[in-house]
Design a protein around this ligand. Sequence first.
Ligand code: FNR
Length: 341
Amino acid sequence: MSRTSRKREHVEHALTTGQSGAHGLEDVKFVHNCLPDIAYEQVDTHTTIGGLALSSPIVVNAMTGGASETYTINQSLGMLAHETGMALAVGSQMAAIKEPSLIETYRIVRREHPHGILFGNLGAEATPDMALRAVDMIEADALQIHLNVMQELIMPEGERDFSGALRRIEAIVTALEIPVIVKEVGFGMSREAAEKLVSCGVAAIDVGGRGGTNFAQIENMRRTQPFDILNEWGISTAVSLLEVTQLAGRVDVMATGGIRTGLDVARCLALGASCVGMAGAFLRYAVDGEMQKAIEYVKSLHEELTVIMTALGASSIASLQRVPLVVTGDTYHWAAQRGIN
Ligand code: FNR
């Protein structure tokens, strides 16, 4: 199976399957504030991640590049990011590192979003030299390194040796002058893993929690003998945020995994994330070329977030991160057993 046809299959399966929905964010409740003492116009949703200023707290997260069809998808995503002021991550650039004729399928995002914040993307098998080339390729402002152990293990042609990843991440952090963001792809992240990443000097962690695009299901669709028992594997987005924000102040946190509404965005920010990533929710619009609808969707997300922040009396992301929350259900029980409060 070539890397290019795998990318086509991932897009196809992500559109038809693999939205697990169990992100746990419904366990996170806001405490209504009937005396917010602010005006809607006062709400400012600017934020930062790894020292980069973002005009929207929503980031178009890494999806694709590296096959001819993905050129148009990335072009649409670049247009969407440009029109709405969002930062955007490209999909893994390893395909273009190995085959330079594919560079344009990534570079198109820089052409569409010339002054925007762009994140490059590679896996933890990358070397510092590859990282430098990926950054150069799209003039990236930050580099994401994705961790996708369970996806690789279920993937028929996937990687089987995961040794040395931390050492390589540390070498990349040392080699680059821009922030490195380490992300999961939908299986979540624990406090212990986050500790190790912070000790390597990463600027930010994207928890990539369970509950949205489900790469166990997607890879199972590509297997003759599926490992269906693993379809619900992983740490939910809500729990991952509780785990990783234990390191608050030492690393910035981005929340990805099943985010679809302004309420999801608000809950993630209130749990301590600086911004949220959304991938699957934008894919259908990009594949269908429905960019006006996508722009409207992003506007409605911003409006929902601003309404919620107004109601809570939170005029900035920093004040939203301090509003009181009540955590219930499975998320509460997980936190209690793990000594998180
Ligand atoms: C992804 N994702 C991803 N992540 C990454 O770091 N590198 C990649 O190349 C890809 N490729 C990719 C392809 C497709 C088709 C999808 C839908 C997703 C994972 C993505 O960035 C994100 O972490 C997960 O999709 C979870 O977010 P959503 O989709 O639930 O918002």
